[in-house]
Design a binder for this molecule. Structure first.
Ligand code: PMV
Length: 331
């Protein structure tokens, strides 16, 4: 039997998914852009012994995932879910590597879980499911990484919140050629985050401001959909910044509080606002980590890259364009 090899991109959310229900359904819809320089490549091969997941590091060594850590537990449970769905008995060996530094503190769970799901689905011969991207995104979401469901498609993607497992899925708003946007990621912290997002999604309910965020959501989601369709960077950027701060306000006011910002994060936020005032249009977005995604038009990406590189707290920079979604390399 030949191994199946697929790729999936990570993504940056303009509207962030933060907080879930007891059934792991997102409390709010989210909207993102896929990233062409942050790709996971994953191989799946069936075997008769046991499931295994090996993550290849940039130095060529392998790190075996185990059920002892949260990410490993989620991944092995997900493989079991896919096997049951396929009605098969064989196990699957997974090998995965990232095109971006895995220790750069950039969410790799989106690209990783999307690629793992697609590779396993194809290895078990579920070709129709692979082709039906809406159904595939529902399955990816059940991995526990909602953001991964958005990585099924290329370009600009929405994940619906939904009241049941069947109505939370991703859909493509526009493809990767729609808008020449860039995400210049300023990496200020190489370490992986201390609190996984799965814990944050649960503790969001303890913030007294969660309902305020959810009440504001519909208007902001409509605005971001509109901004993407009209290619209006100011509309998109301002809504993205509001959503970032709104999500971090929930994080910081949850019990226990989550503080992901570092001094470098604030330094870049202030610089982005200054550049904008000087006429260099750019906007910030920050996930569950300290790194800052600077959103700009492609014509300004080199200039932004150069400006970001002059900030002392920045370790490295990754400049992304919108990417295609999950792709098959071989099967
Ligand atoms: O998909 P998860 O469970 O890793 O949560 C995503 C959390 C954020 O990255 C902070 C927001 C988002 O929508 O990508």
């Amino acid at each position: 039997m030949k191994p199946v090899r697929v790729t999936a991109p990570a993504n940056i959310a303009f509207i962030k998914y933060w907080g879930n229900t007891d059934d792991n359904l997102p409390l709010n819809p989210s909207i993102s852009m896929t990233l062409d320089k942050c790709i996971s490549t994953t191989t799946a091969l069936l075997n008769h012994e046991k499931d295994s997941i090996n993550l290849k590091s940039s130095d060529g060594s392998y790190n075996k995932l185990s059920t002892a850590d949260i990410k490993g537990k989620k991944a092995f449970e997900h493989l079991e879910r896919i096997r049951i769905l396929a009605g098969r008995k064989e196990y699957v060996s997974i090998e995965s590597e990232n095109s971006f530094p895995s220790n750069a503190g950039i969410a790799s769970s989106a690209s990783g879980f999307a690629a793992l799901t697609a590779a396993a689905v194809l290895a078990y011969g579920m070709h129709d499911l692979f082709e039906d991207k809406k159904e595939l995104s529902k399955l990816v979401r059940q991995s526990g990484s909602g953001s991964a469901a958005r990585s099924v498609y290329g370009g600009f993607v929405e994940l619906t919140s939904g009241k049941t497992t069947d109505d939370s899925y991703a859909l493509q708003l526009a493809d990767d050629n729609h808008w020449e946007l860039c995400d210049v990621i300023a990496v200020v912290n190489h370490g992986s985050k201390k609190t996984p997002s799965s814990e944050g999604h649960r503790s969001a309910h303890s913030s007294p401001y969660l309902n305020t965020r959810l009440d504001e959501m519909k208007k902001r989601v409509d605005l971001v959909r509109e901004a993407i369709s009209e290619k209006d960077l100011e509309k998109l950027g301002l809504a993205t910044e509001q959503d970032t701060i709104s999500m971090h306000a929930i994080m910081m006011t949850s019990v226990p509080p989550l503080y992901y910002f570092e001094p470098g994060t604030i330094e870049i936020i202030k610089s982005v606002i200054e550049w904008r005032e000087e006429g260099l249009e750019s906007y910030f977005s920050i996930d569950a980590g300290a790194n800052v995604h600077v959103i700009c038009e492609r014509k300004n990406a080199d200039k932004i890259h150069q400006k970001v590189s002059q900030i002392g707290s920045v370790h490295s920079i990754i400049t992304n364009k919108p990417a295609q979604g999950i792709s098959i390399l071989s099967r």
